[in-house]
Design a protein around this ligand. Sequence first.
Ligand SMILES: [Zn+2]
Length: 445
Amino acid sequence: MFKPLMLFFSSAVLLQTGVMAQQGAELPSSAGASYVIRAGKLIDPETGVATANQTIAVKDGKIVAIGANVTAPSGAETIDLSNYSVLPGLVDAHNHLALTYKKVPENDVYYYTYIGDSTALRAIQAASNGMQMLSYGFTVVRDLGNNGLYADSAQRIAIEQGWIPGPTMINSGIIIGASGGQFAPTPEMAKQHNIVYPEYIEADTRDELVKAVRENILFGAKVIKICVDCQAYPYTVDDMKFVVKEAANAGMKVAGHVQTQEGARRAIEAGIWSIEHSVALTNELHKMMAQKGIWRVGTETPFTEYSGSKEEFDRTVAGMKSAYANGVKMAFSTDADYYVPGMTRGQVVINFLKSWKASGIPDKEVLKIMTTNGYKVVDIYDKRGPLKAGFPADMIAVKGNPLENIDALRSVVFVMKDGLVFKRDGVMTPEKFLHGGPVNGWDIH
Ligand SMILES: [Zn+2]
């Protein structure tokens, strides 16, 4: 039964593509679209070099050539960015697109958001948040859980199949934690698993850990997230080694939410891929992380009129200085999961530049952290991110030079994602991304 069905679908797709090609007006996806982009400056964040007057040729969603003298693909549309700097897209290595807690009605207590907002509603919120992120230049988001019953997988799949525009997502599915997850549930909640429980998979034993990892992968996770020390019974080094091995069996990395020094020490010893949040990280722990090459996904919240306190912020900034001085691998990350009236998710996220500026880390390095390091920590560096021939055409343009002034990233005027223009002259133009069917393939999961 399976094979004839496949054939049926394949021929239907061919037929549809043929019809589209004949009509020639609407593009079914980035297939067939070609552009020549004239960049006033082309920024390579990895080397910190800006090269003047470069051209990028894009075809069928991919970069086909970059340089001073590039042959345009036939029929290519020219995009003039000669007054701008063109650079690879930005990465937020820790976000929660399908969670938005609010002052009203839940007084910013996200426990209540889980009760008030269904997974379905949250998936739609995520679709919007994803576009808001893309508009601010974030072409990649690692989404680390608290997304109801796999709203994150639904969003990733919808983007990849070609239903909606959005960043490339590396999502964790449901966070795995010891009994209780990250919460202090009432016995009524914990025993019946009816309320707040889509947010965590409880896994205490080895059997439960294997099952939890596999279930997440089955339902669309691309990275495994565990809560290392959310309860009085943190995971042991052996527990975490076991999870790292089980995730590796499916080619995946493990991100660990860490909130205590003991948890951090254990996670480092277990060889976890990344430590999420920086509250527990000391100078000594930074040295250990640097030695073992463990990523610091610090989620460094700025002190603003809507977030944080001066004392907290001073500690955050001191931690960033310590990590940088010790040569720890750092990523730009936000833990953005809340609504600030008057701001989009993209604006909330880009405002984390305040923390990076306060850290004194040179702008050039911050740009590398937001791009090159981002592709590495989300584990896509060898297939997406850097601007080079053969890679997906994801890029942004800004006024000024972010290597010299990182605040240039605050006003992204142009965004291309997978070879299609999402934002132009500062205005979102998502039309080419919207389709009445899964144009990139119904079988993408
Ligand atoms: Zn988080």
